[in-house]
Structures are given as structure tokens and as C-alpha cells.
Design a protein. Structure first.
Length: 310
């Protein structure tokens, strides 16, 4: 069954392209941490859904090597072209970007060892979320792995509090949710994966303190800039009010005495039937080394010893 595609609510402006590149750089360590623990290896085939200007394609390229292949799936033509230019600049010959809707990619079924999406579901209404996961799951070989990375804004706060933080955070949530987005999608990854048919599902959440100079410190300001026209068109705030709140919050976030706790980055993953046996009644994932690697990727623990995440 095909599902209607949902428009990308943040648009395809140069401002949004720059924001996506900065975001990818800021999240690279998290992606590398995940791939160090998931069984993605030389010669395999991987797909990065909603890759945008770069996604995790460079990291996947390293893992699968010259005998493997990486496909980036990107619906927005401008982002797809930007990704191709970046891949050419990096000299990645084992990566290709297809300009296709993630809900109906046209890629061969049951042909990929690993499929991934990051911060795509957050932009989609519930029916499109289910459609995306159905398409991703359909591309996996028996025993393949699916991994999702999404935000959950439950932890996002600024201290000391500030009137402009309150105003702009509330404004962003109202407008974003009003056009079909969901800033709290991270908590739903297990239920979405179960509905798609994944087995041995694991979940891991990260949260950081965003430091001055890091992209995540001014993430809210960047999001509002990308959606400025939509926000103003909603009638919820005037241009002058928006400018004044942006200026005031920028100054507050530049103060070293201000603490910004970021959104949770929630990671969920699982496997298709054929490799990953279901968890035992006690909740411990059983099976071979590949199964244990998946468990480690999502929980932060190896089968033999616990290690603190740095």
C-alpha cells in the first residue's frame, strides 16, 4: 500500500541546507558511536533514508569499503544535488544518492544489510511514519538491521530561564506540530519498530549539555530561522517581536552562566527475522555475536562487561 508523502516543513532554502550540514557535523560522534557497535561491515549494502546534504553516508562508506555500496535516499532535489556535490568532493566512489520519496523509493526489495534514518520521522505525521518504516523494512535482507535516530524534546531546557526562551520554544512547538511535526517522536520508536515487524528491538537515549560554540547551543534559533516565513504567516508573532526575542535569546545563550540541556537523541534498532532471535523472558538478548553487537549499540553494554559511555 502506498502512503501519501508529507512536505518537508522546514523547506529547502540555503539557510536550511546550511543548518542541516551543521547538524550533521554536530551529530557525527553519536553516529560513529552507533556504527562502531552495529554489525555494518565490509562488502555490505546500506541505505541512509532522508540523507539530506550528507547524513551518515560518509561514515557508512568507511564501514562497507570499496566492495560495499551505500545508497542515500533524499526526496528534496536541492538536498540531493548538494549531497552529490559533497560526495564528489570527498571522493566517495561507493556511495550514490537517489532523488526519491522515502515512502516509495523504487529500490530493490530485500537487498540491503542495513537501513537507517535520522530525524526524518520527527517531520512526518503518523501515517507517513508507518509508511516510511514499512518501506525501510521491505529493503532489508533476512537478518538485516534497521536503526532509527530521533529527538525527544522532553529534556530540552534553558537555565536560568528566560522570557524569550519560553516564548520562542512555545512558538516553535505550536507551529511545528501544527504542520505535522512531532518533537516527541523519540519515545515512540519501540512501538513503531514493533509495528513494522522488527525483532530484538533495543533502545538507547543520549543527552548533552550544549556548550557555547556548538551548533546545538543555538539549535532553536536556527530552526526558527528556517521556518521564519511560516511562523510569521501563522499570525502568532509579529516580525518586530520575533526579531527582538531572537536577539534577546541569542545574548542569553552566549552567556557562559547559561546552561542549555539538549533534547534527547533516542536511538532505536532491531533486526529482520533470520538472524536475531527474540529476547529471552528475562529481557536479555540471546543469540550470536551479531545479536550481541546490536544489543550493545542500543544499550551501551557489551555481553561480557559494562562500560560507561563517555
Amino acid at each position: 500500500m502506498s502512503h501519501p508523502s508529507a512536505p518537508y516543513v522546514l523547506g529547502g532554502t540555503p539557510t536550511e541546507q546550511e543548518r542541516l550540514m551543521a547538524q550533521a557535523r554536530g551529530l557525527e560522534d553519536h553516529a560513529r558511536w552507533m556504527l562502531d557497535r552495529i554489525p555494518v561491515s565490509a562488502g555490505q549494502r546500506a541505505a541512509d533514508f532522508g540523507c539530506g546534504p550528507i547524513g551518515i553516508m560518509r561514515l557508512l562508506s568507511e564501514r562497507v569499503g570499496p566492495d560495499g555500496a551505500v545508497i542515500g535516499v533524499e526526496r528534496e532535489a536541492r538536498f540531493a544535488e548538494m549531497a552529490r556535490a559533497e560526495l564528489s568532493r570527498l571522493g566517495l566512489r561507493n556511495v550514490e544518492v537517489v532523488n526519491a520519496d522515502g515512502l516509495n523509493t523504487g529500490l530493490p526489495k530485500a537487498s540491503y544489510d542495513f537501513v537507517h534514518e535520522r530525524l526524518v520521522l520527527i517531520n512526518l505525521p503518523a501515517d507517513a511514519q508507518r509508511g516510511l518504516l514499512a518501506e525501510m523494512f521491505s529493503l532489508l535482507k533476512p537478518g538485516g538491521t534497521i536503526a532509527l535516530q530521533e529527538f525527544d524534546a522532553i529534556s530540552n531546557l534553558c537555565y536560568p530561564d528566560h522570557p524569550s526562551w519560553k516564548r520562542l520554544a512555545a512558538l516553535w512547538n505550536e507551529v511545528f506540530h501544527g504542520v505535522g511535526g512531532n518533537e516527541f517522536v523519540g519515545r515512540s520508536l519501540v512501538s513503531l519498530l514493533r509495528a513494522a515487524g522488527a525483532e530484538s528491538i533495543q533502545m538507547k537515549a543520549h543527552v548533552e549539555i550544549a556548550q557555547i560554540g556548538q551548533y546545538r547551543r543555538t539549535h532553536l534559533l536556527s530552526l526558527i530561522e528556517s521556518m521564519r516565513e511560516t511562523i510569521l504567516a501563522s499570525g502568532r508573532i509579529t516580525q518586530t517581536e520575533l526579531r527582538d526575542h531572537m536577539t534577546a535569546l541569542s545574548a542569553h545563550l552566549a552567556d557562559p552562566a547559561t546552561t542549555l540541556i539538549d533534547k534527547l537523541l533516542v536511538r532505536g534498532g532491531g533486526g529482520t527475522p533470520g538472524l536475531y532471535p527474540p529476547p529471552s523472558p528475562g529481557g536479555v538478548v540471546g543469540g550470536g555475536a551479531a545479536t550481541q553487537k546490536l544489543a550493545a549499540a542500543m544499550t551501551g553494554f557489551t555481553p561480557s562487561r559494562a562500560t560507561a559511555e563517555k
